[in-house]
Write a protein that binds this ligand. Sequence first.
Ligand code: AR6
Length: 169
Amino acid sequence: MQITLVQGDITEQDVDAVVNAANSSLLGGGGVDGAIHRRGGPAILEECRKLRASHYGGGLPTGQAVATTGGDLRARWVIHTVGPVYSDTEDRSALLASCYRESLRVADDLGLRSIAFPAVSAGIYGWPMDDAARIAVTTVRSTATLVEDVRFVLFTPDAYRAFERVLNG
Ligand code: AR6
């Protein structure tokens, strides 16, 4: 597996699947979630609503992942995962690691070769970027998968540098 870092907008990536840092409602939000739904168009929300009705009436649990169409995105698929909200008092890193593992499992189920991840939980959910980067990279590196091309797409130079430190350190 090759891991690469990209600074930019995940919605523009030419990969089989982009991962969305969603919330358990699957009905959209701000951050990456808002950007993916805006650029991908209404087909994504429509499938999310169907998934809620058929499987996730109580919401997609934190740490799990599920795929929908990529709609109008270049990516054929969006894999929605729900990161944990950061806590000062409770160690939720196993849930954050699970987001990466489960997203790769969904990608394997679909037979995908390339995937792009944002820094899940490191925006609105408040996870410190250095720690989010460490968990993201170590989890992806230690997951057995047939995905060959894993990209971390970081929105800001600070986020890019945090991932670079982990990847090269
Ligand atoms: N491409 C790549 N990264 C991005 C983009 C983009 N277009 N836009 C933002 N980021 P966040 P979370 C970065 O807040 O912390 C939503 O409302 C951003 O700078 O998107 O998991 C959901 O519905 C940050 O580094 O996700 C949930 O309610 C990283 O992506 C909640 O936010 C993640 O930030 C999830 O919060």
